[in-house]
Design a protein around this ligand. Structure first.
Ligand code: ADP
Ligand code: TRP
Length: 321
């Protein structure tokens, strides 16, 4: 099975991204799959207009994935813009994509409804570029969060349209939405998201992570009173990083009273720091060694081989060769 996904370099990843996406991507490489992951920098250009920040984020995401366990021997990992055929195929696909299909995309409708953002054409044709990412490699399965499911369905529709128009060319991809992945709640009780400024970092310095954890909203009760365990943000996050025995122990402390949210937050902070300690060390070493260019270059070479084969077929089918 060929699995493909992309991650947009638009900021530093947080605990929600890790638990909701990155962890799954990395786990899939172990199961005898052929995994292809890209840093979707062309996509990021729709909103990111600062060259230095772009360079920082794209390199940062690459370091993050590698530090968190992505193995470039097991998965193909590269920068999207290292393979300009993504943009080329996106153009070709755009010529057969019905305008209405893009008009119906939730992400585009949200952008229009908010009206506070520049509505560049790239935001509108975003799903075509994503379709090109997927179809260029004839991926079978695309692991993404719920918010990206429709984009994968659009890629499938575009593939079908192309196949019907020019003859069988592309594999029809399926979205892979992990059902058991919870939506991770941020420090203020909403979905953790960089847009809400309620995130807990992975690779930020310890003081920053501490500040984020300590800022978690809690119920206002007297210290001696038992702390309610329902809908508690700290417990929800703690559960993700601990065994069920450890979770039960913390819950028992909640129920006993006299424990306090300060202690609960410290317990959570320790778990988070411990969980990512190895990855943090690996990231520092990797950043210092500057092997990253070489690793990404090798990844692009592997990706390019597959992409060239697909494009040769596309040229023949469309009459461009
Ligand atoms: P953000 O909301 O911080 O901008 P993105 O939209 O860039 O995050 O999401 C990147 C990936 O991380 C997606 O696959 C998304 O489903 C996942 N993700 C983001 N936030 C969460 C969350 N709070 N809980 C679970 N998964 C999340
Ligand atoms: N659009 C995805 C996001 O916003 C990122 C992405 C780009 C992607 N290309 C992809 C995901 C190809 C899956 C497959 O998160």
């Amino acid at each position: 099975m060929r699995i493909l996904s992309g991650v947009k370099p638009t900021g530093r990843p947080h605990v929600g991204n890790y638990l909701g996406a990155i962890r799954q991507h990395i786990a899939l490489q172990e199961k005898n799959n052929e995994c292809i992951y890209m840093v979707a920098d062309y996509h990021a250009l729709t909103t990111l207009r600062d060259a230095d920040l772009m360079r920082e984020y794209r390199r940062g995401i690459a370091l993050d994935y590698l530090a968190l366990g992505l193995d470039p021997e097991k998965a193909i990992f590269f920068f999207q813009s290292d393979i300009p055929m993504h943009a080329e195929l996106a153009w070709i696909l755009s010529t057969i994509t019905p305008h209405g299909l893009l008009e119906r995309a939730h992400a585009w409708k949200d952008t229009k409804a908010k009206g506070n953002r520049e509505m560049n054409a790239g935001l509108f044709t975003y799903p075509i570029l994503m379709a090109a990412d997927i179809l260029l490699y004839n991926a079978d399965s695309v692991p993404v969060g719920k918010d990206q499911k429709q984009h994968v369905e659009i890629a499938r529709d575009i593939a079908e349209k192309f196949n019907n128009t020019f003859g069988d060319t592309f594999t029809l991809p399926e979205p892979d939405i992990p059902e058991d992945v919870a939506t991770i709640i941020g420090t203020d009780g909403q979905k953790m998201s960089k847009s809400y400024n309620n995130t807990i970092g992975i690779f930020e310095d310890e003081a920053t992570i501490k500040k984020q954890v300590m800022s978690i909203t809690t119920a206002s009760i007297e210290l001696a009173e038992p702390m309610p365990i329902e809908n508690d943000i700290i417990l929800g996050l703690y559960e993700q990083f601990s065994s069920s025995a450890e979770l039960d122990e913390l819950k028992a402390n909640y129920k006993a009273g006299g424990f306090g949210y300060g202690n609960a937050k410290k317990a959570l902070l320790n778990k988070i720091i411990e969980h990512f300690a190895e990855a943090r060390e690996r990231r520092t070493k990797l950043a210092e060694s500057d092997n990253i260019k070489e690793i990404m270059h090798e990844g692009a070479k592997k990706a390019q081989k597959i992409a060239i084969t697909t494009m040769s077929d596309v040229y023949v089918k469309t009459g461009l060769s």
